[in-house]
Ligand binder design. Structure first.
Ligand code: SF4
Ligand code: SF4
Length: 511
């Protein structure tokens, strides 16, 4: 793979204390969305003449709609606890990538126009006018935030920079400065059903090809059904699962688990995408439109349950907002949560001894798990607190003999983002992606050296794609990246040699 020339930061010892480099990343900006893609999402195609008024109107609108937004802007006491918690700050040393400084880019404008002190004594309270330079700074630095929420874990007031970053991006899009990567993708989901623009015949071919691959490997006819009416489960998964490595190996793993469980399932060609980039651009309306497609697919196919595959932010939107965006889901089986995660499903089968594994099949791997930020800090799994940390690890320890965790201050809710989340997984942002990956790469490199770890596992499509690109920059192999259900798949002993009969009661609902 061709590597872009980037000055890769050293992997230092903890704690990482960068020497400040003012303006270091001011040049980093994603491409702006062209008019066509802006219009499709209901945004203007370019900066209007009255952009300042329009931006402030939008800010007022958001302040009225989201109480948290105003609370976050009002309550920072500049204690500094968040300053060194952002992977982009640690990787770039640019002071504007300190979470509090990132918030201040917007807070200063908020103070100027929406607080009494800022209107009359702007200098005293650090308020500034909204100029084009300020808007450009927003565009740059709010696209150097992956909305990962790590800083908010350490903030004594719980201020969530991710929400401020989403609001800033929505204001930007509303004045014609939407981001090309995200907005183009959302348009494809509306038009074709997935991020890739993969039409139904191509998707059908792909799934049939995967069925053949599984048959060649196992001699068992495992199906990957498409648009099958009356199936029990609608699987919503990131479209990277249909073609990218190692994502696709995870999808084959889900198919084998479904086969062994005996439940019927289907993918929908209408809503084949789990990702919801509406969240990244902070647009409730676009997030809702994407989510409504899932509801329609579930209704049209007459399924009983909705299940999400390995995608971090899809699970965040699914777990935290699906019901608000597209509910109520009273037409689904009330015995199951809406939605469920594929890891919850597999874990439940493991708990009930419904799956047989040969762990030695994974003996070539010494495995570690990367907690994806959206799963770790914005969702949960299973009935117990912390299930989003324990369930994936429990599955891995069931299917692998060799498991090692990274340092405690870099996992669970303190996990470092992969560096490519929040709508930054685009080649025009490669520099910030590589630099932002440094804290995670540092923790990984340590256990590669000390514990001979060979295999990095994640349950997020973005993390997988990001690591494949960034691992070589830090002297590690892209092939060490694995899907969790890829390792499940390797160790799973296929007991059912034929297509399952309709005996879905074999997987019960008490999870
Ligand atoms: S990238 Fe994460 S840690 Fe950095 S400012 Fe954004 S939400 Fe906070
Ligand atoms: S930790 Fe919270 S209160 Fe302290 S500076 Fe950061 S955002 Fe402000």
């Amino acid at each position: 793979m061709a590597k872009v020339e980037i000055e890769v930061p050293e992997c230092p010892e903890y704690p990482i204390i960068p020497r400040l480099k003012e303006g270091m990343m001011a040049h980093s900006k994603p491409y702006i969305a062209v008019e066509k893609f802006q219009h499709e999402l209901g945004f203007p195609g370019e900066l209007p003449e009255n952009w300042q008024e329009a931006a402030l109107d939008k800010m007022q609108d958001l302040l009225g709609k989201y109480r948290s937004f105003q609370v976050y802007l009002d309550s920072c006491v500049k204690c500094g606890a968040c300053t060194d918690k952002c992977h982009y700050f640690l990787g770039t040393a640019d002071p504007k990538n300190m979470p509090v400084a990132r918030q201040d880019l917007l807070r200063k404008v908020y103070r100027r126009y929406f607080t009494l002190a800022g209107k009359y004594f702007p200098k005293l309270v650090g308020a500034v006018d909204l100029t084009k330079d300020v808007l450009d700074d927003w565009y740059s630095y709010y696209h150097q935030c992956s909305q990962c929420r790590r800083c908010s874990v350490f903030c004594p007031y719980g201020i969530d920079t991710a929400e401020i970053s989403m609001a800033a991006r929505e204001i930007l899009a509303s004045v014609g400065m939407g981001q090309k990567y995200c907005n183009e993708i959302i348009g494809k989901v509306f038009k074709i059903g997935n991020n890739l623009g993969l039409p139904e015949p191509a998707l059908k071919d792909t799934l049939e090809g995967l069925e053949e691959d599984i048959f060649d490997e196992t001699n068992v006819a495992v199906r990957l059904p498409l648009d099958e009416k009356g199936a029990d489960i609608l699987l919503i998964t990131p479209s990277a699962d249909f073609f990218a490595e190692p994502h696709v190996d995870g999808l084959m793993g889900y198919a084998k688990v479904f086969h062994e469980s005996g439940v019927s399932w289907t993918i929908s060609s209408y809503a084949s995408e789990g990702a919801n980039f509406g969240m990244f651009i902070g647009s409730y309306e676009n997030m809702r439109r994407v989510a409504m497609r899932i509801r329609k697919a579930a209704e049209d196919l007459g399924v009983k349950r909705i299940m999400f595959g390995e995608c971090g932010h899809a699970w965040r939107v699914g777990y935290s907002f699906l019901n608000t965006l597209a509910g109520p889901f009273d037409f689904l089986d009330p015995n199951y949560p809406v939605p469920q995660h594929i890891c919850e499903f597999t874990y439940d089968l493991i708990q009930k001894d419904k799956l047989v594994f040969d762990k030695s099949e994974n003996d070539e791997h010494v495995v570690t798990f990367h907690d994806s930020c959206n799963v770790a800090r914005a969702t949960r799994m299973g009935p117990k607190p912390g299930g989003q940390f324990t369930i994936p690890r429990a599955i891995l320890k069931t299917v692998c003999n060799n498991y090692v965790d990274m340092d405690a201050d870099t996992i669970h809710d303190a996990t470092f983002c992969c560096g490519g989340g929040g709508g930054l997984l685009t080649d025009d942002l490669m520099e910030i992606r590589v630099k932002g990956a440094m804290p995670r790469m540092t923790a990984l490199k340590k256990i590669v050296d000390e514990d001979k770890v060979t295999t990095l596992v994640a349950i997020c499509a973005i993390c997988k794609s990001q690591f494949i690109k960034t691992l070589p920059y830090y002297g590690m192999q892209m092939y060490m990246m694995h899907s969790l259900h890829q390792l499940v798949s390797s160790a799973l002993v296929m007991q059912r040699l034929t297509e399952p009969a309709d005996d879905s009661e074999s997987e019960s609902s008490d999870d």
